[in-house]
Design a protein around this ligand. Structure first.
Ligand code: ATP
Length: 236
């Protein structure tokens, strides 16, 4: 299976801080891939390079064979991103926000409306379509972030800690939605601090620390190792 994401010796420095230190990863199309690691491991930096929010310092990063910098538009058109923070225009009805997001991807009119409605239905908040983002509960806001990532009908879904701070019930609902999307063929890259989340969802997991890959394994292999290094490295 060809790669969805392929990086070789990827580095990123912010001044003196080395956020990524020679990261090589290969994520296959259709895979559900987890990125685990403590605060500051470099997970968000990795994502930000893939989606063109920050430039790399060195190495190579390809998404579906396209260079993330030289082929930025092609790459961006194929990624749906749900970032950690709620970077949403809070005063607009959420359906409007989705139409705007579709427009950003060059999708307008009836097609944009169809996609916005479908995304809202997929995450279970279609009945809240006229509500302002600000009026949604914390859990609905998380669902909305996922809907916004889906509206461009991406080939790769990137979720940066999508269940951070949500209760168990919603976490399980989100897991089910994301699993269904992956089973329908969407490649998923997810970052998390929760080992059980990776265990439930992922085909393969990379553990990162200090900008480097510590190990890549299936969740079952990781648990079988039961190794203190893994536990310690996942500690918040
Ligand atoms: P978390 O789990 O807390 O989200 P993370 O694994 O996503 O952490 P990053 O946010 O990628 O880690 O941060 C990696 C390192 O780079 C950290 O030391 C962080 O302080 C630093 N860093 C990230 N963004 C910047 C920035 N814009 N300027 C300077 N340093 C930064």
């Amino acid at each position: 299976m060809p790669s969805a994401i392929s990086t070789t010796d990827l580095t990123k420095n912010y001044g003196d801080v080395q956020a990524l230190d020679g990261l090589s990863l290969d994520i296959e199309q259709g895979e559900f891939f987890g990125l685990l690691g403590p605060n500051g491991a470099g997970k968000t930096t990795f994502i930000n390079i893939l989606v063109g929010l920050v430039s790399k310092s060195g190495g190579e990063a390809l998404v579906f064979g396209n260079d993330v910098e030289a082929d930025y538009r092609e790459v961006r058109s194929r990624i749906g991103l749900a970032p950690q923070e709620f970077n949403v225009d809070r005063f607009f009805p959420v359906r409007e926000v989705l139409l705007h997001q579709a427009g950003y991807h060059g999708i307008n009119g009836e097609e944009a409306r169809r996609r916005a409605d479908e995304a809202l239905k997929t995450v279970g908040i279609y009945d809240k379509r006229d509500s302002r983002f600000d009026w949604l509960s914390g859990g609905m806001k998380r669902r909305f972030m996922l809907a916004r990532a889906l509206v461009s009908e991406p080939d790769l879904l990137i979720l940066d800690e999508p269940t951070a701070g949500v209760d168990v019930e919603l976490r399980h609902d989100l897991w089910e939605i994301i699993t269904d999307l992956n089973e329908d063929g969407l490649t998923v890259l997810l970052t998390t601090h929760y080992i059980e989340e990776a265990e439930q969802l992922c085909d393969e997991v990379a553990i990162m620390d200090e900008g480097q890959k510590v190990t890549v394994a299936s969740p079952a292999e990781l648990m079988a190792k039961g190794d203190d290094t893994v536990r310690l490295r996942l500690r918040d």
